[in-house]
Design a protein around this ligand. Sequence first.
Ligand code: CAA
Length: 260
Amino acid sequence: MSFSHIKLEITDTIAVITINRPKQLNALNHATIKELDEALQSLEANATVRGILLTGSGEKAFVAGADIKELATLSPVEAKELSRYGQQVFGRLSSGKQISIALINGFALGGGLELAMACHLRIAAEHARMGQPEVNLGLVPGYGGTQRLPRLVGEGRALELLLSGEMIDARRAYEIGLVNKVVAADQLHDAGTKMLSTILDKGPLAVAYCVEAVRQGLATTLNNGLEVETSLFGMAFSTRDKQEGTHAFMEKRKPVFQGR
Ligand code: CAA
């Protein structure tokens, strides 16, 4: 596949997607979101790729948001369509079968932070800065920010970021649980690969069930979520990976999981 605004590189089981508009600080115009959509669809159909690292081109920005020059021309109906499309594309990451980690290599603002939050996990470079500055433009986040941010950091902290439009640094983002880890910029890819490899070493079905339980649980009541957990706990007992994992423990050896 050939792309103009993103790069897609696959090595063994890991795909690296790089948003590649460095002169515009990797701002997401419609064409970029469309390419991201195509790349994610191609990965959904790829049985070999089990993890995705998502980052931005250059050293300054992960993604500085939706492309403001494009937003400026939209009608209300077009804006609603764009929001729905962006949410749908970002949803491919959060509900996809591959584990995704955002490598936040600089500014992650507006749609950029929303893209990072759609990934399962986030690692930030020390110089990264994050925020939802939409209110500075008289706008509301449209790619999931008002929903994913409070789920990650709690209502009070989310409202503080959403209403002030201010940026926070990587250390503060770590303190409030917005990112999972902060590393030196030159360590970002290694840290992402290491985190992903640790996960990919585990029982693939167990990993998928954990994601599913958390995802469904956050969308419902505690009691319903506990029911989901019970079902998935039972389902894990129908897998060969559960046999392998428990027997490997008792035989004091490393398990060899097959995702079955
Ligand atoms: N859209 C379009 N272009 C952008 C952009 C964006 N979101 N962010 C940066 N750029 C462009 C700038 O226009 C500039 O291009 P030109 O040289 O052609 O003028 C180039 O990238 C470099 O940017 P700056 O000169 O502004 O760089 P800086 O270092 O002075 O500032 C910054 C960096 C603080 C990130 C600043 O660029 C900025 O505030 N950007 C906008 C951030 C923002 O508001 N994002 C939210 C967008 S709305 C949204 O995302 C809605 C949604 O939820 C769907």
